[in-house]
Design a protein. Structure first.
Length: 111
């Protein structure tokens, strides 16, 4: 009985030794210079109509009725400062970053 607990604890410790570095490597791969950049395929990005470049927003996009090319993440009230070169943090995408030139349908002007 006791040896089973020891074996289980030992097995977990061995697993942690191998899994922890893999997690660190994975994070490094995803975000070499900050939080990972939101991709167009991201479900939240799709839901809010996020584009990495405000100039790519189609005029007939259903979520872009009030869009103009002057609107971008860099001048959105929801932007939270630099997340790396050309990137900013946005609470819409926790743990990820958006392009300074990006845009989504919840853009609002700085006041
Ligand atoms: S809320 Fe603002 S900063 Fe965030 S993705 Fe949309 S436009 Fe960019």
């Amino acid at each position: 009985m006791s040896s089973e607990k020891t074996l289980t604890r030992r097995t977990l410790l061995k697993s942690a030794v191998f899994v922890a570095p893999a997690g660190v490597i994975g994070c490094t791969t995803l975000s070499p210079d900050g939080e990972p950049l939101v991709q167009a395929t991201d479900p939240v990005a799709r839901a809010v109509g996020y584009f990495a470049n405000t100039g790519d927003v189609p005029a007939d996009h259903p979520l872009a009725a009030t869009h103009s090319v002057e609107q971008k993440c860099a001048n959105c009230i929801h932007g939270r400062g630099s997340a790396g070169p050309g990137r900013i943090e946005c609470p819409t995408f926790p743990g990820r970053s958006v392009s300074e030139d990006g845009w989504c349908s919840i853009w609002a002007p700085l006041i």
